[in-house]
Write a protein that binds this ligand. Structure first.
Ligand code: HEM
Length: 437
């Protein structure tokens, strides 16, 4: 009897400890999200803070004029104009990877690549390569400390993050000022140009502070997510040579890869890419099985019931993308990498709107999803048509999910070029990219 009583007390104590831990965990995670906004934004920024959502402060409330601006930034025409520049940045990067005598750390290099894409293509900055390298290091310091506790002491992560943000904002201000001078009277060719122009059209000329915050958030949204997906793509192509070969066959059939293995001259177009059905399946499957972001936060606007549980208005809830993909009944053999599940014959994702949501769902879905998919498709085409690559370790690395999904030791891979020009850095790449400013 005494023992039963003790067991009951111990069970209650464990239950209480669990409840306290869960409450603390939720409180800390909410604090960290709030801190992320505080860290990316300068206090003097007048852009609206979102209501009823933990979404991007830059975007603010749904229906805000900025949403219309963003629809232009990621419109079909805008994507068509980014495409040749994205292809050049990727080709140049793959050439550099192939000319490297040793294996490279793919995750680290993919981060540099997506940072370069955001700076050169999305924002159209013509920052010299050395300065870009320095800016990247500062940016990494900023990102590493975004989720630190708000303790403003020397050497604390918080202080390092704030210092990095200040250096970044200085660098961005210089680049924005140079760009504003150079673009006067020129055609608009990137997201930053569109942001500036469209805000003027809406009678809301943006201040320098708002432009700096806006650019920093665009880089933040694009950088880690796309680097994670790029790394997963390379890892899956390494693990599944049959998938890579099928991709090459599709490229050959569309005249993008000649039978001798030599890459086709010329640049890709959006309609060419949308005709590559198997490529689409491969990207979709990478995003299903290796979704970079675990989920998102929402504030409950109306009380609702889910599986017999009442979720009251005003609560903060988290939806899980990863668990949804793992448990969605529409996917057969969920743990198997099988791009053909998205083929026209099978279309496993056709039933139900919310079984497949690598880019989130609802009104706060990812605004850059078409750009991200375009980037991944070009990367896959260039990898398949111009590169041979081998895993440089005996086994594949372990995957971790925090802060985004990535291989623990970064994925070590040796790249070799397929064509005779492969190891040369083409001077026209830099020339074309700087011509955009
Ligand atoms: C593979 C790459 C990417 C993935 C997996 C991804 C995923 C996501 C997800 C899941 C959300 C919604 C978060 C939530 O529910 O609260 C989101 C939001 C967002 N993403 Fe992406 N994203 C990617 C790339 C990009 C790129 C390249 C950009 C553009 C530069 C971008 C811009 C945004 C923005 C602005 C939002 C906020 C939308 C809002 O709050 O209304 N993303 N992304």
């Amino acid at each position: 009897m005494l023992f039963e009583g003790l067991e009951l007390v111990s069970a209650l104590a464990t239950l209480a400890a669990c409840l306290v831990s869960v409450t603390l965990l939720l409180a800390v995670s909410q604090q960290l999200w709030q801190l992320r906004w505080a860290a990316t934004r300068d206090k003097s920024c007048k852009l609206p803070i979102p209501k009823g959502s933990m979404g991007f402060p830059l975007i603010g409330e749904t229906g805000h004029w900025l949403l219309q601006v963003f629809s232009k930034i990621f419109s079909h025409e805008a994507l068509e104009s980014y495409l040749p520049k994205i292809q050049l940045v990727i080709q140049d990067t793959l050439r550099a990877w192939s000319s490297h005598p040793e294996a490279i750390n793919v995750y680290q290099e993919a981060q540099k690549l997506t940072f370069r894409m955001a700076i050169r293509v999305l924002l159209g900055f013509s920052i010299p390569e050395e300065d870009l390298g320095h800016l990247f290091e500062v940016y990494q310091q900023f990102v590493e400390n975004v989720f630190s506790l708000p303790v403003d002491l020397p050497f604390s992560g918080y202080r390092r993050g704030i210092q990095a943000r200040q250096i970044l904002q200085k660098g961005l201000e210089k680049a924005i000022r140079e760009k504003l001078q150079c673009t006067q009277g020129k055609d608009y060719s990137d997201a930053l140009d569109l942001l500036i122009e469209s805000s003027k059209e809406h009678g809301k000329e943006m201040t320098m502070q708002e432009l700096k915050d806006g650019t920093l958030e665009l880089i933040f949204a694009a950088y880690a997510t796309t680097a994670s997906a790029s790394t997963s793509l390379i890892m899956q192509l390494l693990k599944h040579p049959a998938v890579l070969e099928k991709l090459r066959e599709e490229l050959r059939a569309h005249g993008i890869l000649h039978s001798g293995g030599c890459p086709c001259e010329g640049t890709l177009r959006l309609d060419t890419l949308s005709g590559l059905r198997y490529l689409d399946c491969v990207i979709k499957e990478v995003m299903r099985l290796f979704t970079p972001i675990s989920g998102g936060y929402r504030t409950v606007l109306q009380t609702f019931e889910l599986d017999g549980f009442q979720i009251p208005k005003g609560w903060s809830v988290m939806y899980s993308i990863r668990d949804t993909h793992d448990t969605a009944p529409v996917f057969k053999d969920v743990n198997v990498f099988d791009p053909d599940r998205f083929s026209q014959a099978r279309s496993e994702d056709k039933d139900g709107r919310f079984h497949y949501l690598p880019f989130g769902g609802g009104v706060r879905t990812c605004l850059g999803k078409h750009l991200a998919k375009l980037f991944l498709k070009v990367l896959a085409v260039e990898l398949a048509s111009t590169s041979r690559f081998e895993l440089a370790t005996r086994t594949f690395p372990r995957i971790t999910l925090v802060p985004v999904l990535h291989p623990v030791d970064g994925l070590s891979v040796k790249f070799f070029g397929l064509d005779s020009n492969q190891n040369k850095i083409l001077p026209e790449t830099e020339a074309m990219l700087s011509a955009t400013v």
